[in-house]
Design a protein around this ligand. Sequence first.
Ligand code: APR
Ligand code: MG
Length: 289
Amino acid sequence: LKQYPTRVWRMEDVTETLKGRDRLSHKGSNGRGIIIGGSVDMPGSVTLAAKGALRSGVGLLTVATYESVVPIVAQHITEATYSPSIMSSNYTHEQLTSAFSQYDALLIGMGLGRTQHTDQLISAALASNLPIVIDADGLFSLKKYLIELKERSAPTVLTPHPGEMAQLLNQTIESIKKRPFEICREFAKTYGVYLVLKGVYTIVTDPDGNQTINTTGNAGLAKGGSGDALAGIILGRVLQGGALLTSLANACFLHGRAADLSVRDHHSKTDLLASDVVDYLPIAFRECS
Ligand code: APR
Ligand code: MG
């Protein structure tokens, strides 16, 4: 523990480190992000991620989702652009990698489905030279590309829940829950990744083994969609620059804090929805800035 400081990330830490808006900034300098996700079965996943990203500071956001999904997402998200062409299976590995390289950071995985096409997209994302965040079905596919993961020079952020972590490691959920701190450190150091192991207390680990623990959030988050919103918030904060461990810890704090404020002032833990959490983000941000 001396060698690898583990610390609880508190509101003072967020207030001290949360980067505000530069007076002279423009949309390009506030980060161009792309989210690759969604499918006919899961259009809400990418919608929630896009909402989370847009409420977390991203300057320009593109959503790459299947053509039939675009109208569904676009009905809810007015501020993003859409790139269904990236999702066409005619794109080669090289074309995908070069299309991704036009952005400052990429988030991939939620609602994509466990398909061969998801594998192709993950492989191209890993080959790109930009910070990438991998969630949900992207993590399932990642297991086939662990060597490529290790070889990346740009930062990679993985956001598994314990079930996804277990799958990635070929271990049981129980064994991960027994020693989550050590397991996260081992994995993060071996593969040179940032790891966000989600749960009641989310643990963020950097490739050197430094860790933060998040204590915000409540059981109202124990519903489908909460993780998708968090992934979007993470993309938004990663795009604002600064130390990545800090950006990730702040994203987790704000996600949980928005849920706590919503439950304090308006919703109950029973009826709270992931979209309500995103709607409370502005209050969480104001509180911390
Ligand atoms: N207290 C605090 N935070 C919680 C709690 C709790 N009791 N329960 C969940 N959370 C938070 C987690 O920390 C995380 O940020 O809610 C989020 C849940 O994220 P995920 O587990 O990724 O859930 P999500 O993707 O939204 O939905 C579940 O994952 O396993 C797949 O197929 C499954 O579609 C399903 C999806
Ligand atoms: Mg999830």
